[in-house]
Write a protein that binds this ligand. Sequence first.
Ligand code: TMO
Length: 317
Amino acid sequence: MKIHFLGVAAAALLASSALSFTAQAAAPESTDPIRIVTNNWTSQVVLANVVGQLLQKMGYNVEYKSSDTQLQFTALAAGDMDFQVEVWEGSMAESFDKSLAAGAVDYGAHNAVTREDWWYPKYMNEMCPGLPDWKALDACAAKLATAETGGKGRFVGPPADWGKHYSERIQALGMNFQEVPVGQAATLWAELQAAYDRKEPVVIFNWTPNFIEAKFDGEFVEFPKYEPACLSDPKWGQNPDAVYDCGAPASGYLKKAGSKTLGEKWPAAAAFLKKVDFSNPQIATAAAMVDVDGMTPEEAATKWIADNEATWKTWMN
Ligand code: TMO
């Protein structure tokens, strides 16, 4: 139970004049919990806990709320959740843009550059000459065929809520492939490990920054280069009748998103969250602490904070 040092009248005044408070107001401007979104991949959960634990150091209450990567944007726009630390261009740009039009706030970009797309272990370069070009992969489909996919190559795809459109891409590009989506990220890594141990061909959904690059040698498949029109204009690209006939952005952004309430109710916290800025190696390391070293996301966040004081201190000024 928090002890209120303000009288009831003062508290009411504070609530009614919250809009006039500036970033100089003493934290916490409100003891209500700041609701931080968590998703279903490791770095996001660790980073969410890093910002959550830092906000707690600043005196705020926080609450973690798990959400679907697309529905979270509806929740942010509606003010049902307050902050998302990882908005990936390749999988979320469309939902994010809609949420901004509906009232959510862009909290700025991280230094990190991101990519999310089809990915294969490097030893496949010999099995499928011409890789990483997608046409070389397509010509190699028979080597990736399984009982489940018949004569077609198997692409081990992401969970449905990551907002990719790979079945549509396969169709738009006329590829001899079939997507078999996983239910969770751990299945992607299990499929990769099993194939990697036997040097068998496998193509999975992967992204960077991730812990994978420290453990496995591999490459992204190069699809026709992304342009925004690819997603909206059927005439764009090699298939004049279809959208999604391109790859994901090869140098995508990683942004942060907040609710409108966040800046109004907790301006000092909002100023801090706008400065939060992770790099590629910091994010890959955060994921590895859990996926390689076996820590919980909470433990990994605490360790990250202990190891990176010089970084987060600059976010608090
Ligand atoms: C949304 N993700 C980073 C897992 O591609």
